[in-house]
Design a protein around this ligand. Sequence first.
Ligand code: ADP
Length: 370
Amino acid sequence: MATIDIKNLKKVYPGAEDATIKQASLEIEDKEFIVLVGPSGCGKSTLLRMIAGLEDITDGELLIDGNLMNELSPKDRDIAMVFQNYALYPHMTVFENMAFGLKLRKVPKQEIKEKVENAADILGITHLLDRRPKDMSGGQRQRVAIGRSIVRQPKVFLFDEPLSNLDAALRVQMRAEIKKLHRDLNATIVYVTHDQIEAMTMGDRIVVLKDGNVMQFDTPMNLFNNPANKFVAGFIGSPSMNFIEGEIIMESFTTFKSQDLKFSAPPDLRPCLKPYIGRRVIFGFRPEYIYDKAVEKTKRLSESMEIEVQALEPIGSETFVYFHFTGNPNHQFCFRSDSGFAYNIGDKITIGVDIQRLRFFEADTEQRIM
Ligand code: ADP
């Protein structure tokens, strides 16, 4: 059992003007796999290190299973942390590296042996137990680092960008292995990454951070489909959501108008856009939900929009089509097209966006309009 309650947590580094973590509040449930994601410098590691006890808490409370942790040292928190650089002892074998923490705790020899062998078995590194870190690949070292944390059977595992030093293929493999490990161990995990794909594929829920603020704490699909603000909408998803700033005006219907295009809002959206008449808003639409009207006949699409193809990026399974709206060649957008459908640069196409997928944000606060 390990819940983690973070209540108004704040971190100001000595000598810093601004808080690195502003006022974070998160309720993490037992056995959840939580990912902290955000751009470099947003405070992910700082928040993780506060949970670990490696950084002082400036203000607020951290509770694990309801017990206040603020003043407890890392070793008394029943937590194991896995770092990006593995932090293995170079002169020790894999067995010794994994046994080290248990030895310090004076665990009996036979028990250490059983625990290390069991962890090695789970991670598929039994054949490496006599090797030293320098004789192993990055992926093997990372497994040893994880093994060292498993043997302690902690309540909570903290991972700080553990896959950053691995090549792309190995990262994908380790992603699946860590997910499986999570199921096998039944532990609560908090995992830091700057990679939104890693976050989406691994997390039960994801904390999106920006400048020390929690922008949204939600499931991967909710972040993608129901982003709370423009930052989350743009950060989650690849290629990113397209954005156009414009205003809501009243013509025959509630209408969005910008330099790039003008269209009347679909009926479902009119009530929530009505209060914004005369105000600036941002229209957001994902590359996935744009359709060529000559091809897509079944979906309910928005009013027609005329575009011109500027560049094409075939990636095999599909093609990223970069375009501008007729009338404004300076602003580029993207849509994902079936690779079976061949466009050429300069083609003029009529597109529509799935009307369930149109998103609007307030221009000043960047909060989603719902
Ligand atoms: P992330 O993990 O999201 O890249 P960090 O938590 O490492 O971000 O850092 C967040 C901010 O806090 C950065 O601006 C960084 O410079 C600052 N910071 C990190 N560690 C320290 C420290 N020990 N002293 C002062 N500032 C720090």
